[in-house]
Design a protein around this ligand. Structure first.
Ligand code: ADP
Ligand code: MG
Length: 367
């Protein structure tokens, strides 16, 4: 359905994409995962014909996006990073305008109504776009991408800036789209692509780092080096006991959870299984474990692991120079700020996911 062949992109002489190659089959829901600056938007802008690649070709249903743009573009609905909205228009005016622009030949009112219902914007249909929340604006952006029901839907970070409840509704919407569409959506949140996609493509620094790595789909806990545990017992003693367990490096971030229960974050040697050792040591001292979880590694850790593995495969060894390492460390520091924000988002999401069943959709108050 989508063939991306040897795409390269330079911005003012600086390489942003380096030989991007992949195909997406009909009905696939592809998650394009990568940190900020990885090249996700550039790739999507090229696939959709917004910008031209420096080298390489893109075929949509066999049609070259540069040579046969009308045919290729008519098969794509695109939500760019910044939704292309006319702020002074009403939702109704805008979607009718987009319908006419795309020269769709369906029953106009029925079609627009159906899409508004699908993305949950019927209640603001007659309102001016600029007065609506980010959540609604994003969904209006998704609605315009759906107009004409093109077979390919491409969404660039559709959940950025949304609150946890809106994130869940957009994710469910994306999942439901895959019944009738081939979908590519980008994200820098690992748990999001894991939750939504049938396939994950990992991009970093303008290169595809991994295509559907099994370890991302099956969970990343084996890449972790941290456990979060709540233990009932004198905190000094608990720490002394855990520190003695084979494989444990350190124990910190201690917080009081009530009575004699404290929560600990325990760092261990990667690849070492400390669970049995911890259980035995604490049980011997009559200190019950109340909660025990392996912490998911950060996206940054996952990238480092995947990237180094790919370097090893391609080059036979890791051939990063000191300069490269310096650069990547600086970047990873910059990324870390972003990723930390994301972690905050994710913990909110998780809370929302856990509680969403108790919430009512009818009091959607994000106008
Ligand atoms: P992502 O969407 O994954 O965050 P982008 O595709 O936006 O990444 O950016 C990839 C790289 O290209 C970054 O280094 C970015 O700074 C650079 N870049 C993106 N757009 C432009 C542009 N219009 N001009 C110059 N550099 C750009
Ligand atoms: Mg982007």
């Amino acid at each position: 359905m989508i063939e991306v062949k040897k795409i390269e992109k330079y911005y003012a002489g600086k390489k942003a994409l380096d030989e991007i190659n992949f195909t997406v089959n009909e009905g696939e829901i592809l998650g394009f995962l990568g940190p900020n600056g990885a090249g996700k938007s550039t790739t999507m802008n090229i696939i959709t014909g917004y910008i031209a690649p420096t080298k390489g070709t893109v075929l949509i249903d066999g049609f070259d996006i540069i040579r046969e743009p009308k045919k290729a573009k008519s098969r794509i609905g695109y939500l760019p990073e910044q939704p292309p909205l006319y702020m002074d228009m009403t939702v109704k005016g805008y979607l009718n305008f987009m319908y006419d622009l795309k020269k769709v030949r369906l029953n106009k009112q029925q079609h627009i109504n159906e899409i508004c219902e699908k993305v949950g914007i019927l209640d603001v249909y007659n309102r001016t776009i600029k007065k609506l929340s980010k959540g609604y604006k994003q969904r209006i952006g998704i609605a315009q991408a759906l107009i004409g029901y093109p077979p390919v839907i491409i969404l660039d970070e559709p959940t950025v800036g949304l609150d946890p409840k809106q994130i869940i509704s957009v994710r469910n919407l994306i999942k439901s789209l895959s019944k009738n569409h081939t979908v590519i959506f980008s994200s820098h949140i690992l748990s999001e692509v894991q939750a939504v996609c049938s396939r994950i493509l990992v991009i970093n620094k303008g290169r595809i780092v991994a295509d559907n790595p099994a370890e991302l789909l099956s969970g990343t806990s084996h890449m972790s080096d941290k456990i979060v545990a709540q233990v009932d017992g004198d905190t000094q003693k608990v720490q002394e006991i855990i520190k003695e367990v084979q494989g444990v490096i350190e124990i910190n971030d201690i917080s009081h959870k009530g009575d004699n229960i404290y929560e600990y974050i325990i760092t261990f040697e990667k690849g070492f299984d400390i669970r049995r050792g911890m259980f035995k040591a604490l049980a011997q001292n009559d200190m019950p474990i109340i909660k025990f979880d392996i912490m998911e590694p950060s996206l940054e850790d996952v990238f480092i692991e995947l990237t180094s593995r790919q370097d090893n495969v391609i080059n036979g060894e890791c051939n990063e120079t000191a300069e490269d390492l310096q650069g990547s460390q600086e970047e990873s520091l910059n990324d870390k700020e972003v990723l930390n924000d994301d972690n905050a988002d994710e913990s909110l999401e998780n809370t929302a996911e856990n509680t969403s069943v108790q919430r009512s959709d009818s009091n959607d108050s994000d106008i």
